[in-house]
Write a protein that binds this ligand. Sequence first.
Ligand SMILES: Nc1ncnc2c1ncn2[C@@H]1O[C@H](COP(=O)(O)OP(=O)(O)O)[C@@H](O)[C@H]1O
Ligand SMILES: O=C(CO)[C@@H](O)[C@H](O)COP(=O)(O)O
Length: 494
Amino acid sequence: MYHLGIDLGSSSVKVALVDADSGKKIISLHEPPNEMEIIAVNPDWAEQDPNMWWTHVCNAIKRVIKESDVNVSQIKNIGISYQMHGLVIVDKSGHPLRNSIIWCDSRAVNIGRKALEDLGETFCGEHMLNAPGNFTASKLKWVIDNEPERYKSTYKFMLPGDFIAYKLTGKMATTKNGLSEGILWDYKADEVATGLLDYYGIDKNLVPEIVENFTNQGSVNEQASKDTGLPLGAQVTYRSGDQPNNALSLNIFNPGEVAATGGTSGVVYAVSNNLKPQEISKVNHFAHVNYTKEEPIIGTLLNINGAGIQYRWLRNNCGNDSYETMNTKASEVEVGSNGVVIIPFGNGAERMLENKNVGTHILNLNLNSHGNAHLYRASLEGIAFSFVYGVEILKKDIGDIKVIRAGNDNLFRSEIFANTVATLINHDIEIYNTTGAVGAARAAGLTDGNFDKFGENITNNDHVMTYTPLENNAPYETAYESWKNELEMILKHK
Ligand SMILES: Nc1ncnc2c1ncn2[C@@H]1O[C@H](COP(=O)(O)OP(=O)(O)O)[C@@H](O)[C@H]1O
Ligand SMILES: O=C(CO)[C@@H](O)[C@H](O)COP(=O)(O)O
């Protein structure tokens, strides 16, 4: 028997197949071969077409079936991980009424600011654990204000992963953890956050049915079976935002445990049971995949919108080297990139910078002595420094860190990046041979609720190495200080 995992990222869709008993990966691949486009009609906007996601999901699943050559009838459960906080609105027949307004789209920042002012920090903190910010509910309010005709035709709103589950099963549904991503879960009342819905004037009937994780959320229907090649009746049993899912993939379930990743965005995600956060804007708090009212496990999330997307920009605009070649070239330059400083960001409003949109800055470039290798190193360092800067903020809100884990994926494939973060936060980073798609496939089999066995398998089989803080940390500290000075100067004028 096999389980299938889908990870809908911002840059590509990854699909993995695992053996149901051992959790071993059979195959994993991504579509499209080149990364997906993010459409920005206005500078602060970011949209993607939900039907484009579905096309890539179908292509990736068809390839997985063909290339693995497994008996397709043996694929039982499906898990879905997805880019968080996006808004998909559909009509009664399930057609998207517009492109998805995705997580890094900043058009709703001012709507969220005003809501926080009007509702107050205490109300938002106690009920939703977060300021409304620039998340799904605020994005939907933007549609109400700016596209009233579309709002009128809206039958349900969904998150990106809910839309994929809908295309697979024909059932429009979401989860509590999904609603929490949109700032639409009231932790105090243990129900949909009617306080915010009412304030924004969002019709409660637009909230889809709530389904539970690790149970049957719907079965692959005839159309989806035709589109993907999956067997009729295979069950969707799990869906989660990609950051809680990354944590699950790394066996991060308990207070003090921390997961990190460096995809398009960079994230540090710390698990806690704190329902009284100190900070409700710069870091965010979402229901973890194992959240229940009785045992409220919360993920405290530090997000950097413009992380790996910057390294990708350099790849696309500085000679099209592969990421591996870029990493090798960067390693030929000393720590500190010979004075070149790159401030990352440039992918929408940065939550940890009070939703300011600072843009990417390349500083101190000397046209006679610097080449693309300096830019590559400065980019990896700049992104790593932004993680360190963020962890300083995050630490105010979480207790002691027991363990930090990351997959051997995306930016964590770069030694420069991982060493810089580990050295400056002065903590080991354990690297595991896993990905979000593999984690989602494994989670699809977690219907027995045995989290301990699930976690043991990961810890015993997947640990590949640990980055320990480097002893000679002085050059890293010096480079970080000058990066921070430059950032603070920029922030003064924003
Ligand atoms: N070998 C590598 N070394 C360093 N960074 C890499 C490497 N491969 C990919 N990346 C980074 O990872 C990003 C893609 O990460 P991914 O997790 O697939 O993103 P998403 O989930 O947003 O689609 C790329 O944009 C790039 O910045
Ligand atoms: O907004 C967040 C987390 O709060 C982002 O992490 C998105 O979930 C997008 O993830 P990637 O596409 O970068 O994986």
